[in-house]
Design a protein around this ligand. Structure first.
Ligand code: AR6
Length: 174
């Protein structure tokens, strides 16, 4: 049982529509765009986003870098690079945890309070949704314990992913 649980919620939707301080992008090393949620964020933000991304010099796996949100309702985009599950081996859990932790640290450093995450690495990068969700919720929970003024939303694209998140969040209430 923890009051931090009140600062985390899972919802189904398109993250590009979320009016929060920052949405997190599941990007690749180049930070220059791609498919999936990355493509959707760049399309909705408009071409100025990639122009700012070009100045960032890429990002390593587990790292996070911030830009403005441009045409998005979100004020900022925090770009993180998840592990490719089949290649990361035993380091995959820690690298995925680092994506969530570093994204939240970057948000806090910039005074941001509300952060929305997609299910990082669980699309093209192949991370199994159940274990990825366990890492996402635990890492956000541990961070929010130290930052009670912040809020996290887990934005699930599919109903199935939402069910996995809701089950995981419920386990923190028991
Ligand atoms: N809103 C919320 N979630 C979404 C949206 C959306 N609009 N679109 C997709 N998702 P993926 P990855 C979900 O593949 O596995 C890109 O090409 C999707 O259903 O976008 O980290 C990058 O450039 C899944 O649950 O990201 C990288 O090369 C989740 O977002 C690579 O894909 C993540 O799926 C990154 O792969």
């Amino acid at each position: 049982m923890s009051s931090v649980i009140e600062s985390m919620k899972a919802v189904q939707g398109d993250i590009t529509k979320f009016e929060v301080d920052a949405i997190v992008n599941a990007a690749n090393h180049t930070l220059l765009g791609g498919g999936g949620v990355d493509g959707a964020i760049h399309r909705a933000a408009g071409p100025e986003l990639v122009e700012e991304c070009k100045t960032l010099g890429g990002c390593k796996t587990g790292g996070a870098k911030i830009t403005k949100g441009y045409n998005l309702p979100a004020k900022h985009v925090i770009h993180t690079v998840g592990p490719i599950y089949s290649r990361a081996g035993g380091e995959a859990p820690e690298l995925l945890a680092s994506c969530y932790r570093r994204s939240l640290e970057v948000a806090a450093e910039n005074g941001l309070k509300t952060v929305a995450f997609p299910a990082i690495s669980t699309g093209v990068y192949g991370y199994p949704i159940e274990s990825a969700t366990g890492i996402a919720v635990k890492t956000a929970h541990d961070f929010l314990e130290k930052h009670p003024d912040m809020e996290v939303q887990f934005v699930c694209f599919s109903e199935r992913d939402l069910a996995v998140y809701l089950k995981e969040l419920k386990s923190y209430r028991e």
